[in-house]
Design a protein around this ligand. Structure first.
Ligand code: FES
Length: 679
């Protein structure tokens, strides 16, 4: 008698086949190589294998699909619905649903093994979920006097029988609890298996009694100012909690170099800094786990990005070598370490993957940015810039990538600016200056109105939003608007002659300042020295970019992505007016958000992204700006707004170029000094 067969088509893959009546859907899917998830191995416990029957006539497949072509709801499904969340309408557990007629089956995204995790930024591909830690539930054969095999061997045997897993290893630390765990689970356990890409070994790193359905990981970006973390569910790919805190190392120095100097002067300081950052990391992880109600023992993987100094300090490596030429890294490779080395409260078996560094000043954070932004896939000449106290810059496309860092200093963060402050309530963040009247209007963080709008005084008058200073994005706009309205010349000199036209221009000892806001005795102004600080910072950045363009033999970039907090808030037009970045079509310049952190999250959710970034980093050419002979020349040219010689035609096609200023007779000493120097 011939066995009667039915046709099944799985969507969205379109894989199809004929199977005997009575075949479980999950087995049919597995035979066809359809990616349906499972942690319990088809026991109706995990609920991962859910599918939907699509009803109707599918002429393309030559079949009519009906719900009745599947077996009735099974006891296992009823039990699952009682025990766990009720199965949504039409959903079935494919492991307990048998084929009885022709069907078209929809495998929803959350049931697919390599599902896509949607990234919020529309510019990029979604992340394929394929973490290096997976859960497997197995019943273990009970101990038997007549078969004197060890518990571990019976566990291995079960994993091979149910999952085809062979040649396994186990963290030795787990041996102490193995027997108790197996018995507590009444001869059933869930193991977490870690599989490094590029490394054949599969290792059991955690074990729980009975069934566990979730496992988590944390991606962390250790910045010099802020440490930010995303706690992700490694089964769904979802970010379940995020958090950040100030890097406590700030008490050892605001910027990186002052922290390195601190270590040079206080050798014991390195250890101290290592321990405070590790404590902070632990605090952040514990807090995010608490926020999401995630047990700490289910966090099994961390990924880390950091700039080279933070990277070394976090790893317990003295950073002094990074304080001077040749800026040697202790290691530039990626690292996989035990979380227990970092004194973290998560599972003992958790591993920490640290992305590779690129060069002495271009760290794992830049590798993260490259992983997130994928310039290596672009035809367009792409410029990635992460602006901090050190700007990290990558330029290139699918043919070649090159990177450097440039010492921009802290001016872009509002430091070294007379009225500068961090981006917090009360900080001026947006500025416009009327070129006719030279009157400013501005926006303050925490207040919804522009300063010339009704409602501003009332809202900005309260304590929360009192105008207290200028943050990084505010100073960029203020200086750019001062240039566009003619308050400063292209050489950055505040024009004292304008004091006859506007009381906003005020003498400030031997130079002039522009007053943005005055409230009683408190004056918030942009001084000549503030303009100078911005010129120095932006010239360093532009010179670094120019060097990279030179090395690649290009004189224009097609696309610019600005990463980091600063890059997210600055207005790209104003940044270009200042000449922070090279000329480019404005619509091709955009913020990339925390790209380094996104890179860490990609490496957490997709194990092969690690091999990918390791290979790309090997290919990235590096230059050290400090020893490049042309750096100084480019730096000097870039002091002017937007640049002494580069014409910025694309920018000035959309922005009115201010009339060239004749050198004034009354520019104050700063102006006279500069003119003398130019001669
Ligand atoms: Fe776990 Fe179906 S595979 S419930």
């Amino acid at each position: 008698m011939t066995e009667s067969k039915v046709k099944v088509v799985f969507m969205p893959s379109g894989r199809r086949g004929n199977f005997p009546v009575g075949t479980p859907l999950l087995s049919a899917a597995q035979t066809l190589g359809v990616d349906i998830d499972s942690v319990c191995g088809g026991r109706g416990i995990c609920g991962r294998c859910q599918i939907l029957c699509m009803e109707g006539s599918f002429s393309k497949h030559g079949l009519v699909s009906k719900v009745e072509h599947l077996s009735p709801i099974s006891d296992a499904e009823k039990k699952y619905s009682e025990r766990k969340k009720k199965l949504a309408k039409g959903r079935r557990l494919s492991c307990h649903t048998l084929l009885q007629g022709d069907v078209v089956i929809d495998v929803p995204a959350e049931s697919q093994v390599h599902r896509q995790v949607v990234r919020k930024d529309v510019e990029h591909r979604d992340i394929t979920l394929d973490p290096c830690v997976h859960l497997y539930y197995v019943p273990v054969r009970e101990a038997d006097m007549h078969d004197p095999k060890g518990d571990l061997q019976r566990l291995y045997e079960a994993l091979e029988r149910d999952w085809g897993l062979k040649d396994l290893d186990i963290d030795f630390e787990l041996m102490g609890q193995l027997q108790a765990v197996i018995r507590e689970g009444k001869w059933t356990v869930t193991v977490a298996l870690r599989h490094d890409v590029g490394n054949k070994s599969k290792r059991i790193i955690a074990i729980w009694p009975g069934f566990r359905g979730e496992v988590y990981g944390v991606s962390i970006d250790v910045g010099s100012t802020t440490v930010a973390a995303n706690l992700c569910n490694l089964v769904s790919g979802e970010v379940v909690a995020s958090g950040s805190l100030m890097n406590p190392q700030i008490r050892f120095g605001e910027d990186l170099m002052s922290r390195v100097s601190y270590v040079m002067m206080h050798p014991e300081g390195a250890e101290e800094m290592t321990s405070v950052i590790r404590e902070a990391l632990d605090q952040l992880i514990v807090q995010t786990a608490k926020d999401a109600n995630v047990p700490l023992d289910q966090i099994l993987e961390l990924t880390l990005v950091a700039n080279p100094v933070m990277h070394h300090i976090l790893l317990g490596i003295n950073p002094v070598e990074l304080g001077g030429a040749p800026f040697a890294l202790a290691t530039d490779s990626s690292l996989t370490l035990r979380a227990s080395n970092f004194n973290l409260s998560i599972s003992n078996g958790a591993r920490v993957y640290v992305l590779p560094c690129i060069a002495g000043h271009v760290g794992a954070d830049t590798a993260g940015m490259v992983l997130a932004e994928e310039p290596q896939l672009e035809d367009e000449m792409t410029l990635l810039v992460d602006v901090g106290t050190n700007a990290e810059i990558v330029l290139g496309n699918k043919n070649r990538l090159i990177a450097c860092s440039s010492p921009t200093g802290p001016a872009f963060e509002g430091a070294q600016i007379s009225s500068g402050q961090r981006a917090a309530n009360g900080a001026i963040e947006r500025v416009r200056i009327d070129p006719e009247t030279l009157e400013p209007r501005f926006k303050v963080i925490g207040c919804d109105f522009w300063s010339n709008e009704p409602g501003f005084d009332e809202q900005a008058g309260n304590k929360q939003t009192k105008v207290t200073g200028i943050c990084g994005s505010g100073i960029i706009e203020a200086v750019a608007e001062m240039y566009l309205s003619g308050v400063i010349s292209e050489d950055g000199v505040v024009d004292g002659n304008l004091s006859e036209r506007s009381t906003r221009i005020q003498r400030d000892n031997r130079t002039w300042s522009y007053v943005l806001h005055q409230q009683g005795d408190s004056i918030i102004s942009v001084t000549q020295n503030d303009v100078r600080q911005i010129q120095l910072a932006k010239a360093a950045l532009y010179a670094g970019i120019r060097l990279l363009m030179d090395k690649l033999g290009v004189d224009k970039v097609d696309r610019i992505r600005l990463a980091g907090a600063f890059g997210s808030y600055i207005d790209v037009k104003h940044a270009m007016v200042l000449g922070l970045i090279p000329d480019c079509q404005l619509e091709k310049v955009s913020a990339a958000g925390n790209a380094a952190g996104t890179g860490a999250r990609i490496a957490l959710l997709n194990a092969s992204a690690r091999t990918e970034i390791e290979t790309i980093v090997d290919r990235i050419e590096k230059i050290e700006t400090a020893v490049e002979p042309k750096f100084q020349e480019y730096f000097v040219g870039a002091m002017a707004f937007p640049h002494k010689t580069d014409p910025f035609p694309l920018l000035f096609a959309t922005v009115q170029r201010p009339p060239k200023k004749e050198p004034s007779d009354d520019l104050g000493e700063e102006g006279s000094r500069r003119r003398r120097r130019r001669r």
